[in-house]
Design a protein around this ligand. Sequence first.
Ligand SMILES: NC(=O)c1ccc[n+]([C@@H]2O[C@H](COP(=O)([O-])OP(=O)(O)OC[C@H]3O[C@@H](n4cnc5c(N)ncnc54)[C@H](O)[C@@H]3O)[C@@H](O)[C@H]2O)c1
Length: 314
Amino acid sequence: MSDFEKQGQRIVFTGGSGVAGRHVIGKLLEYGHEILNIDLHPLDNPDVHTMKADLTDGAQAFNSLSSHFRATEPFLEPIQRLDAVIHFAGTYPNTKRTTAIPRPLIVPDNELYRINTLSSYNIIESACKLGIPKLIIASSITTYGITYAEGDASYAYFPVDENHPTCPMDVYAASKLCVETTAASFARRFPGTDIYILRIGAVITPDRFETAFKLYVEEPEKWKVHGWSYVDARDLGNMCHAGLMTDGLGFQVFNAVNDDITNDEPSEEFLSRVCPRTRLVRPMGTFEAPITNRKMKEMLGFEEEYGWRRVLDK
Ligand SMILES: NC(=O)c1ccc[n+]([C@@H]2O[C@H](COP(=O)([O-])OP(=O)(O)OC[C@H]3O[C@@H](n4cnc5c(N)ncnc54)[C@H](O)[C@@H]3O)[C@@H](O)[C@H]2O)c1
């Protein structure tokens, strides 16, 4: 595909009605991609059709990836093969977020595990067997084991790159790790398929930007659970686009976070103050995020657009 053709890819996006997905889809539309959203709930975006499907059902997942994008009378063209699937659907245990967007209520652990692993398995298997050349899958920095630990846990080193041990205690992060392992196994069986895992940081949406950064900056000691890192929901769209534009990397895991630490103190000074026993494995950029996006910048050419200092004009 030429770079020009790559701008207008045909993509199924799962979970696009959620908190992050709607902003990611907004950004992907700006790049000219054509999108079908698969979700349990509608998305209030007139440019995107939502097909209601429960992806824990394998047949619904398969059909979601082999469907018309719009219902017209008659259908104007045969079903086209997809260029990529971006899989965000799932659920997680965050009780604190308030949102007007309909989403499943908090569910018991075993149900969370079932939804996340089974829906992902169904999407990965269907995409590989249908010959879709690229999957981008939402995982999480919670796999590093700190966010939902029982009590205080410590990072093994800074900056946290993709080789950092993944050692979750909780079921959400365990489900994401299971999805990563499953995706890697399919990538071995289907070597022509690119599967890019995004270990997503705390997602900050435009409406929560000021509030979130007030907390991050004024009470920095509290945010070890987020690794003093974040991802702007629109930059998450830029990251997905960067993944769509870069072919041939096979199976890869990327930290999906913005460039900078979430407070005003230079990173090395801050980390040596709050985590004095955690070693630095390389010199860090002055304000480099403790969970580093260096691999994504180098391999996908990601450049952030919504760095928090710029957005808040600091
Ligand atoms: N929001 C964050 O801070 C954050 C951080 C790290 C990773 N993630 C991951 O990013 C992805 C998106 O997160 P989000 O905050 O937008 O989540 P969300 O809960 O707001 O959205 C998830 C969407 O998936 C849909 N969904 C759930 N079960 C489904 C099923 N069985 N079939 C079809 N659709 C289903 C929901 O209806 C919802 O619209 C998730 O995989 C999440 O685990 C989010």
